[in-house]
Design a protein around this ligand. Structure first.
Ligand SMILES: CC(=O)N[C@@H](CCC[C@H](N)C(=O)O)C(=O)O
Length: 374
């Protein structure tokens, strides 16, 4: 393989939307083709695939997962190797995740472990979620590719390079996307009485949604309702007949997710009555919480604490979402953070992981997976 830096930069330049990662898939395939092939077997699924690296004397199967999609964000890092896809960026570190996964495949292709290792290249983590359909396909078509243990990492901008961080039990939240369309009656700006203004209705709805976490949910239950995008209207002198709110809901408790959705529906019915309009709710895709296996997370912690090249730090739960949670719902394993030391957080247009994390993290992952597959 070219060095880690080079492959990561090439991946960084071609971020693609979930389930449209064709260039990414081609580049990964080309890279895989440069590895020794003797122990490799590749199973293709949509824009992703699973690489099996056959072990020398397998008795179990250990899996590693990387996500491969980018985000609809216009990159503002100013890097020489910035995204070449206008409006798309690897702002969640999936280029780093893929590079680490490729290093793992290469290392095992050259010197296989005792057990079989699977590396999942999973599409569409950001949206609409590739883990659940990929897992269904595996269970139906290739049950032999359901591993005994499953691991993955996520870059952590706020942690220094070399820091590895996780915890047993819940790590990331349950999520549900949220799309709300408000349909009213468009008309001339000078004749508001002949219209039903969806900008005003959407503004009221946005404020009322903020009362759910602050006034309906038990304050001891962590939850988030975020509207990240709000659009309405066409031009300055036409009253808007359509507005749209796009957001996400996060909870640790599945019952709280249900409660929040019930409140959203009630508030929307109220807005319909108050503003004489029709409000349609779509929950898009939802992700299962990331729940680390207690025993394996402790084994992982002991391993990382004793590894001289990394520093272990116990994580706190976060309201982040990750569809890796679907894999961990049925297969024991661990998701952990890997320090990327950058000023800007995940999903920021200037998020630029310190590339010094690449060798440190890739080699740590190789050591960890070998330790589980020996
Ligand atoms: C690690 C990370 O940032 N993950 C995303 C997952 C998105 C889930 C879904 N599309 C949603 O918005 O609910 C995150 O935003 O936490």
């Amino acid at each position: 393989m070219q060095n880690l830096l080079e492959i990561r930069r090439r991946l960084h330049q071609i971020p693609e939307r979930g389930f449209e990662e064709w260039k990414t898939k081609k580049l990964i395939e080309e890279t895989l083709a440069s590895f020794p092939q003797q122990h490799l077997e590749v199973f293709s699924w949509r824009t992703g695939f699973i690489v099996k690296i056959k072990g020398t004397h397998p008795t179990k199967t250990i899996a590693w997962r990387t996500d491969i999609d980018g985000l609809p964000i216009e990159e503002q890092t100013g890097l020489s190797y910035a995204s070449q896809h206008a409006g798309f960026m690897h702002a969640c570190g999936h280029d780093v995740h893929m590079t680490v996964a490729l290093h793992l495949v290469e290392a095992l292709a050259e010197r296989p472990a005792k057990d079989d290792v699977l590396v999942y290249f999973q599409p569409a983590e950001e949206s609409p979620g590739g883990a659940l359909p990929m897992l269904s396909w595996v269970k139906e078509q290739h049950p032999e590719l359901v591993p005994d243990e499953f691991y993955a990492l996520h870059v952590a901008p706020e942690l220094p390079v070399g820091v590895i961080s996780t915890k047993p039990g819940i790590l990331f939240a349950n999520t549900s996307e949220l799309y709300i369309d408000l349909h009213g009656k468009e008309g001339h700006a000078a004749f508001p009485h002949r219209t039903t203004d969806m900008s005003v209705a959407a503004a009221h709805l946005l404020i009322q949604l903020q009362s759910i976490v602050s006034r309906s949910v038990d304050p001891l239950q962590p939850s988030v309702v975020t509207i990240g995008k709000m659009t309405s209207g066409t031009v300055q002198n036409i009253i808007s007949g359509h507005a749209r709110l796009e957001g996400t809901i996060r909870t640790f408790d599945a019952a709280v997710m249900t409660q929040i959705k019930e409140r959203i529906e009630a508030i929307c019915r109220g807005v319909e009555a108050a503003f004489d309009c029709r409000v349609a709710i779509d929950y898009g895709s939802s992700y299962h919480q990331v729940y680390n296996h207690h025993e394996l997370a402790e084994v992982f912690r002991d391993f990382a604490v004793q590894d001289p090249d990394v520093t272990y730090s116990e994580a706190k739960e976060a309201m982040t979402g990750e569809d890796f949670g679907y894999f961990l719902a049925g297969i024991p394993g661990v998701l952990f953070w890997a320090g990327a030391q950058t000023e800007y957080g995940l999903h920021h247009a200037k998020m630029a992981p310190d590339e010094a994390m690449l060798p440190v993290t890739a080699q740590f992952v190789e050591r960890w997976i070998r330790s589980r597959a020996e």
